[in-house]
Design a protein around this ligand. Structure first.
Ligand code: GLC
Length: 501
């Protein structure tokens, strides 16, 4: 099970407004108690922070706001001492416009790094084609006055896209991987990695797609070659070094292709499920498609409900009861679950006032600071960079740790049960039924089998022909240790074992 830390908002060691690496280190005991196997850190590299670290100005450093390289080394060692693993964000598709490569590239048409980025002449008075960038729907091209040419940026103009066709770019980005692998990280989360290979013809999008950010359609064959090179680099290291890819493609089959034949990404986030509504049918479809598209030989699913880019799922799904049921589901699916910091506290999306919003993509509400205790600053002595999570007085770590019925203790329990169950960790999954309201699946490993039933609705739901089952865990703690009575309470999810008659 992975735990995703957004370093700015996790914890500060110096009581600063922004979290730091030493702050993460100081909270490793919390993560260990939760049962975390591996931590994924969002970027902490030197950055102008136009996209809060996803605009990297130096891949091999630490931004002073987060600490120093020594802090990174200490954190990696401390994570390993506790028997956990750590992966870090790697942003291969674009640099900051302040990265020395881009500063050189834009200095003249003949500079050494010019071809490290994607430059084109305009077409007529405008950009080379109709591609749009993410955020605000602006063109994905910006004209650089120095040369009069346009550069491509799938995201902000401050995030020029790298040209992966150039072997020197590939070599430099492999160097970044080696730099961190040599320092001991266990792997990487590769940012928008399906977007590194570009359409060589840079063809316009069809008119009905033209308003949508272009990277959402990017799916080029040569990206798979680049990924195979990366995989052999990772596999040349000792230990299980790995890469999980952010492939923002909503077709499960397209996504599955990024595992290659076990020679590309180790894991790929299932984005279809990340965007799926809270409905039994939608989730049954995600599970079935994943089982059909991911070859059992090469590919292992990765499930995620929330991250630093989307409104928190507790709010998207409608409330605490749904979030509790979703936790039970997430931690009993076949595949590796990723938990986004704060979801184990049941944090809702924060309502950040306009004047406090800082993100160009409007994603502030899922990035607010983790409340550690009930004190005024909730463990943040200075006013944090974004407001504290809502209901910090109730939903903080300290209060929830003491309350056996809290969301935090539900996560702890589920994670522990998962770790001790081979059926949940490695067993097969089969959707047994789904109707408008109810989803039932079985996890099975040899003669060990478990049943999960999730009621997606606000009404009680009957499961008429259910076999004899005993309730092991209930998302609302009701009926545990008892025989399953044939119905589920509103938004209740149950983990059950077969009962001998
Ligand atoms: C990914 C990141 C997101 C970032 C974008 C550009 O989608 O998750 O936060 O803005 O890439 O790097």
């Amino acid at each position: 099970m992975f735990y995703h830390v957004y370093p700015r908002s996790f914890a500060s060691s110096r009581g600063a407004a922004v979290g730091d690496l030493a702050g993460i280190q100081s909270r490793l005991g919390y993560l260990q108690d939760l049962g975390v196997g591996a931590i994924w850190l969002s970027p902490f590299y030197p950055s102008p922070m136009k996209d809060f670290g996803y605009d990297v100005a130096d891949y091999c450093g630490v931004d002073p706001v987060f600490g120093t390289l020594d802090d990174a080394d200490r954190l990696i060692a401390a994570v390993h001492e506790r028997g956990m693993r750590i992966i870090i964000d790697w942003v291969p598709g674009h640099t900051s416009d302040e990265h020395p490569w881009f500063v050189d590239a834009r200095s003249s048409r003949t500079s050494k790094h010019r071809d490290w980025y994607v430059w084109r002449d305009g077409s007529g008075d405008g950009p080379p084609n109709n591609w749009r960038a993410a955020f605000k729907g602006v063109p994905a091209w910006t004209r650089d006055p120095a040369s009069g040419q346009y550069f491509l940026h799938s995201f902000l103009p401050g995030q020029p896209d790298l040209n992966w066709e150039n072997p020197d770019v590939r070599e430099a980005m492999h160097g970044v991987l080696r730099f961190w692998l040599d320092r001991g990280v266990d792997g990487f989360r590769a940012d928008v990695v399906h977007n590194i290979g570009k359409d060589p013809l840079l063809l316009d999008l069809d008119s009905e797609q033209a308003g949508v950010p272009r990277f959402l359609f990017n799916d080029e064959a040569h990206t798979h070659e680049y990924l195979r090179e990366i995989r052999s680099l990772l596999d040349s290291y000792d230990g299980d070094r790995m890469m999980v890819g952010e492939v923002v493609l909503f077709s499960t089959e397209q996504m599955a292709a990024y595992y290659g034949r076990g020679d590309e990404l180790n894991l790929v986030f299932n984005f279809k499920s990340l965007y799926a509504p809270w409905r039994a049918r939608a989730w049954a479809e995600c599970i079935r498609e994943s089982e059909a598209a991911l070859s059992p030989q090469y590919a292992w699913p990765a499930w995620v409900l929330s991250n630093h880019d989307l409104p928190r799922h507790r709010t998207r799904y409608g409330g605490e009861a749904q979030a509790r049921a979703a936790a039970l589901m997430l931690l009993t699916l076949r595949g590796t679950p990723f938990v986004y910091m704060g979801e184990e506290l049941g944090l809702p999306e924060a309502d950040v006032p306009d004047e406090a919003r800082v993100d160009p993509g409007g994603r502030d509400g899922c990035r607010v600071c983790i409340p550690w205790d009930a004190s005024l600053g909730a463990g943040w002595s200075e006013e944090p960079w974004l407001p504290l999570a809502p209901e910090a007085g109730l939903r903080n770590v300290e209060a929830q740790a003491q309350d056996p019925a809290s969301m935090l203790n539900l996560y702890r329990r589920l994670i522990r049960i998962r770790a001790n169950s081979s059926a949940l960790r490695e067993g097969s999954i089969e959707v047994l039924r789904h109707c408008g309201k109810l989803l039932v699946y079985r996890r099975c490993m040899q003669d060990d089998s478990l049943i999960v039933a999730v009621n997606f609705s606000a009404a009680e739901v009957l499961w008429e022909d259910a076999p004899a089952l005993a309730v092991e865990v209930a998302s609302d703690a009701r009926g545990e240790g008892e025989a399953f009575g044939g119905s589920l309470r509103p938004y209740q999810a149950l983990l059950m074992s077969p009962r001998l008659a």
